[in-house]
Design a protein around this ligand. Sequence first.
Ligand code: AVJ
Length: 324
Amino acid sequence: MLVAHTAAMTVPRFVQIHREDSAALRHELAQGLLVERAMVSPKFLYDALGSRLFEAITELPEYYPTRTERAIFDAHAAEMAAIAGRGRTLIDLGAGSCEKAARLFGALQPLRYVAVDISVEYLRQTLASLQRQHPQIEMVGVGADFSASLTLPPEVGRGERLLFYPGSSIGNFTPDEALRFLRQARAAGGAGSALLIGVDLVKDVETLERAYDDPLRVTAAFNLNLLRRLNALLGCDARVEDFEHVALFDVERSRIEMHLQARRALTLSWPGGQRRFAAGERIHTENSYKYTVEGFERLLREAGYARTRCWTDPQRWFAVFLAS
Ligand code: AVJ
């Protein structure tokens, strides 16, 4: 009995909130393909394979955000913890491999760690081994898509909250959506809570575009994997060979756009619908907005965060903000 009890203590709990049904996902995908400028939400990039491809992207020398952000955390974690407070409930939004949060456990000493990710299966794998390494931290895995709205389940508990949103995932939102998300984060945190967030900064176009169009073509595979998801979820007949990965920085909008571009004229068909593509026509798959430090500080203030601190790398390529 004692053995069983001890084992139960070190096994993370998992909850799934408002999983979208397959009919709703099919509807969303079909709607996106039928508008004039076809689009597929970037949330579909992260199935089991897509999540692994993204992990591979973070290892690429051209993809600077992950390692630059890691260097900022390594250099300033103690100072961040001193301001944010230790012993909090650390809520990791889009946890993925949970690696970034785990590196901060020493400095932040959270009592509870809540990992939220759209891919709950991936979380099951990563959180179980992390729990074994840190049996003193209570761990909860939450499967949720917070891209539409951020609601946290009661399993998060009542402790003071530190919301963690690293990796510049906020860049997937338009600035308007980002503002709404930051307001929701402030509300979800409650009184005395804080937000620790990583934001990619504007820089020269060449550096930006190489980060999203690497010569090893891992990002191309990550983007093209969406076609396999279209086929699996919608019953579509897309051929990966018929599309090309395109990533371009739009200076005016301050965003990287990823597209899948038809290599020839073709028709995509699925049960109940079809869409013709001319050669060169594109499916828009992702936006990744880049901010200035001042621009993002303004956004935080507009969202109602009164106090903000910011740390950057020497090149000012990436920024980490702590807002409360
Ligand atoms: C996970 C959304 C932060 O925008 O840089 C990486 C996703 N897309 N390479 C990003 C991504 C192409 C990434 N985010």
